[in-house]
Design a protein around this ligand. Sequence first.
Ligand code: ADP
Ligand code: ZN
Length: 431
Amino acid sequence: MYWEKDVETMNRENLAVLQLERLQKTIGQAANSFYYDKLFKEIGLKTEDVRSLAGLDKIPPTTKEDLREHWPYGFLATSRDELVRMHSSSGTTGRATVIFHTAGDINEWTNLLSRCMYMTGMRKSDVFQNMMTYGLFTGGLGFHYGAERIGALVIPAGAGNSKRQIQLLKDFETTVIHIIPSYALHLSTVFEELQIDPKDTNIRMAYVGAEPHSEKMRQKIEDIYGFKAYNSYGLSEMNGPGVAFECTCQNGLHIWEDNFLVEVLDPVTMKPLPDGEEGELVLTTLAREGMPIIRYRTKDLTRILPGDCPCGRTHRRIERIKGRTDDMLILKGVNIFPIQIEKKLMEIPGVGKNFLIILDREGYNDHMTIKVEVERQFFDGDLKHLEQLRRKIVEGLKSDILITPKVDLVDPDSLPQSEGKAKRVIDNRKD
Ligand code: ADP
Ligand code: ZN
């Protein structure tokens, strides 16, 4: 049941001792980089000054902008000879950032992914089809190495090319897949097109991640395919996937605290929040040589879930990510996260598999239009049905997000589909 029982179930006191030891080592290692050497000198920090985990707040957080400004080697903490791999972020919010790994780093990262997948029940006998982009994006090679280490047969299918994916799934009797949630819904429309029932495969579980998705969206994916979908969270700056992952309890994601020091801070004041309160996740690498990062501001919003997990793992759980602080839309003074809209839409029967939020400004007025794909059976020629559905969506959203959007119903599979992370919002407002 456990990949590494002693680490996964380590008691909290021992875990804290391990963390402090690794933190001190990390700070010493980070001081070899141009960026942290300069920062530590500026704030007058000596490695020995960090005597407790709480002492970490002497160090100001590192941001994506810091990484961008010190492109490409400003954070490198080893000689270039030690490096064996580089990856980069997807560039969702601007210029991509780059991360370097030593052989030791790849080994640690691989181990984390094996731990995650083993936790959900992946074994040697599984056939694992990885439908993520290979290359600089971390979701391809990261999972690939982890599954190989478990001993599964890995099919490095890569992203997109849906008909081929389905062919591979059938021919090689794939049992586990890794897929972006929005793509999982899109792929089901290709199954329909091919007149194959998505339940009629050997797939028993999927790892879904890389983009925010609601519990309702997970349920929809599970219902369509008849498999279990486990949430996988990570970011390239912290290796990529393998940072936090759901166990079979599917109740929050265990964040691997032997590898990452976790803080949840108020995104405005940067003050720590008590467990259970939602804030920005700030992470410190605890086992990285090539490019240690201290107090990285992920911009991702979540909270620590209180209580122990029945699975026996002691690493705390975070709630599914609500979105990035950058994702928050402000419309007529109301703050809205796209995931709130997604959640409502996925609750309404008849709503299809994709949607797009468009924001426009006319004079001083902002407007939100939501294009919503409708299930094929709703296009039965009866306009009354469509109008009823449209009203239901408007009313549902109005009571949830306190804004009355304009809703346009569109044909199934007619909105733009991305092979990578879905683009949910087009903001045409000019400041
Ligand atoms: P970029 O930051 O350019 O998108 P990454 O590929 O490193 O590049 O993406 C990491 C980000 O993706 C995370 O910080 C988070 O915002 C998002 N993400 C990853 N996994 C999940 C998940 N399971 N749920 C929600 N968001 C996720
Ligand atoms: Zn658990």
